[in-house]
Ligand binder design. Sequence first.
Ligand code: DOR
Ligand code: ZN
Length: 424
Amino acid sequence: MSELLLKNARIVDPARNIDEIGDIAVADGVIVEAASLKSPEVIDLTGKVLSPGFIDVHVHLRQPGNTTAETIASGTAAAAAGGFTSIVAMPNTNPSADTAGAIEYLRRIADEQGMVKVLPCGNMTKGGKGEEMAGIGSLKNAGVVALSDDGKCIQDHGLMRHVVEYAKSFNLPILDHCEETTLASGGVMNEGKWSVLLGMNGIPGASEELIIARNIIFARQINWKIHMQHVSTKDSVDMLRRARAKGVPVTGEATPHHLSLTDECVKKFDTNYKMNPPLRSEEDRQALIQGIADGTITVIATDHAPHTQTAKLVEFDHAPFGIIGLETALPVCFTQLVVPGIITIPQLISKFTTGPADVLGLENYSLSIGNPADITVFDPEAKYTVDKNTFRSKARNTPFDGMKVQGRINLTVVDGKIVFREGC
Ligand code: DOR
Ligand code: ZN
């Protein structure tokens, strides 16, 4: 029987509105009363913040198909180092996660080699091609927690409407990558002043906004949950805010990179600033921050998208979209949002815990007695410089290398087991 006593931490538990100094006790994988412990391992967490384990609803693990970029083992090790105890694995692997067999494969490898909980996401359409619906019932039986064609977006609105109806009948939230392709295709960065100056093909904000509008219409008419992945523009935030005020069951996520960087970064021609949706204007970035602060955006998700150095070391136009993010999410967001006083520590933690739990329909995601002991601890005062060579991820495609940050993950506990520990 393994026991842990995490002492003197600032316990922040957004689901129960708790923010107080105290102790958390763990035995046999669950949270227990401290008095019931017999001979626990004691860790003093004075000055540290302790919360329910972080959840990332948007992670690419690349296995099967591109294990030189990342594997389930390395991606979940990166998640543990980033304070994430559960991650939702996007289905755009090779083969795609569009069958029960593919989901069973993911679950088996994750069981054997995963450092954190891997929640499988199945495709909405076969191969994520947007042409024919996947077998949603068998994906549900195989254990998917959500549906997505991330990386791509269903262009056929009739098919999308049908998918939303099926998703509802199987009680599966949709996580949608919102991109209208006649506007986006050929683009490599945000359409705006910088794409003109740099002479690059642009991806207009309208490409995202058209699909957000469509999804809001379907979510309202069908009364089903649609979560907008990596929201990147001001008009998207405005539409989401209005729809949520009317009670439409839509949610949205922002990534640490869209909250901290803009399209001006592309002038360095560094492919670690290339992702989809692209970095937008400063006005868009400010609107995302406003959306985070006023509760329009309830989730921060990384869109951890590993690519090999060889794939990324090419001209900007030719590089694949995507950057990694699991090991920089907390420090980047803490530095950008909490240090300047835009949001509080409990608000930030809610974007990594109750916000994503709500998208997935996980109830009582908290440190209540009897719950699984999934716990994240970080030091809100620690200042350091991001060094990509320390990452557990196999990939190095980050724009944050060398950035000075504040806020450092110290401890990650999954089902009572320490999966990451540094500095405590
Ligand atoms: O930048 C991105 N990379 N955006 C996506 O939607 C997909 C992802 C990937 O799979 O590399
Ligand atoms: Zn995407």
